[in-house]
Design a protein around this ligand. Structure first.
Ligand SMILES: [Fe+2]
Length: 410
């Protein structure tokens, strides 16, 4: 493939320093930790620590590294989480950070790392205040033991933090927070419940699709994204239906890693722009919000990048190699819908209480549209939406997927 960008411009590719892949990869932790010092802050949620904490502690103790355990991580980590974990890091004179878990644990660990080597409260490093690459100094050694598949945070320069004082989330983006070591052991994902397999898997698919169509993408993230989509499309339904299938778990885990590598070297786009406000309003997980929105944004955007969407449709088995570009691009949204239906994605809405009535929803659509625009993510979309078009998308999503009597729920 010719590279029209790299023939005339340069790009920086960010990546974890080392990636340990495959069943048993967690056993590489001790060797890495031994290189980094004597004391490790271990950051996890209580539940994940109960499941897998022993393996991590054994690895550290075997090589003579003292673990200092912090298990107060919340599902959406807060400023307070990061500050209290950082206080432990300093008090116990830690040399490294080991995270155990998915995006929440990893992002807490990244936040601790920022505070350990940089001046100022964590809020000041948000892209809205410090800009992109607004973290001046690298974090201390950071090892991410991933247990989901997933946010891809073990491979990215992003940190998402909840600011409870304003009920908003802010984003930090810096190459200085990319973990030194990412450990991707699919055995650790076998215990994920079906709902989490669906949410995190669709989040990863969304990362791959958004990176692939982003106006910031080019050949290198495109390559990661294509392979990520292939792995997730073929193996996510299998891993969802049978969580013990290690072949499928491994395939999805590598797929989500590649999806993380794709978006951190390109960007996310309109789906993530819409998903953050919708998730906050409905109190639903990030991956579920993405999955509810993705088919509509694909439909909205396909004609602005037909060749990319045609390829997406072919990867999702919604079009054949001999379909025209236009026919295939038109089918991409159906491919996404079919995959979401295979995972019974809308069925999970019932687990999160009642969806607002249409009138209640109408009251917040304008605010959500403004939040989506303010996030900057819609700017990376191949078709740039107006504010009215974003509001229309939110309404279509309600009528088609969210309302109790909507077609996707009945
Ligand atoms: Fe995401």
């Amino acid at each position: 493939m010719h590279d029209t960008v790299l023939a005339s411009e340069t790009r920086t590719v960010v990546s974890p320093g080392r990636i340990e892949l495959g069943a048993g990869a967690v056993e590489a932790l001790g060797g890495h930790a031994a290189r980094y010092g004597n004391t490790a802050l271990v950051v996890a949620t209580e539940q994940i620590f109960e499941f897998h904490g022993d393996r991590v502690i054994d690895q550290l103790e075997t090589v003579g590294v003292d673990p200092v355990v912090y298990t107060d991580v919340r599902p959406d980590p807060t400023v307070e989480n990061i500050e209290s974990a950082h206080a432990r890091y300093e008090r116990e004179d830690c040399d490294m950070i080991v995270t155990l878990g998915g995006g929440s644990s990893i992002d807490t660990g990244k936040g601790v790392g920022i505070l350990a080597t940089n001046e100022g409260p964590i809020r000041e490093f948000g892209v809205d205040r410090a800009g992109y690459e607004g973290v001046p100094n690298p974090t201390p050694p950071l090892v991410a033991v991933n247990t989901t598949a997933g946010t891809g945070s073990e491979a990215t320069r992003s940190v998402v933090v909840s600011d409870e004082s304003t009920s908003t989330k802010f984003l930090i983006v810096s190459a200085n927070v990319v973990p030194d070591v990412a450990i991707e052991d699919p055995v650790l994902t076998q215990s994920l419940p079906k709902s989490h397999t669906a949410f995190t898997g669709i989040d990863a698919l969304t990362h791959a699709i958004e990176a692939y169509v982003s106006v910031k993408s080019y050949s290198v993230p495109d390559g990661y994204a294509e392979e990520a989509m292939e792995r997730i499309a073929r193996s996510l339904p299998v891993a969802w239906a049978n969580g013990d299938n290690l072949d499928a778990r491994a395939d999805v885990m590598v797929g989500q890693l590649q999806a993380g590598q794709a978006f951190t070297n390109a960007s996310v786009a309109l789906v993530h722009g819409l998903a953050r406000p919708l998730g906050a309003q409905l109190h639903i997980p990030h991956g579920l919000a993405n999955g509810l929105i993705l088919p509509y944004v694909v439909d909205f955007s396909a004609m602005a990048a037909p060749e990319k969407y045609a390829e997406i449709a072919r990867i999702l088995d919604a079009a054949d190699a001999d379909d025209s570009t236009r026919t295939a691009a038109d089918a991409a949204a159906d491919g996404v819908l079919d995959l979401c239906a295979d995972l019974d994605l809308t069925g999970y809405l019932d687990d999160f209480g009642e969806v607002p009535t249409r009138e209640e929803y109408l009251d917040v659509v304008d605010e959500m549209a403004q939040d989506a625009i303010d996030s900057g993510s819609p700017e990376n979309n191949p078709r740039k939406p107006t504010r009215d078009e974003i509001a229309d998308l939110y309404l279509t999503i309600y009528d088609d997927a969210l309302a109790p009597d909507s077609p996707r729920r009945s």
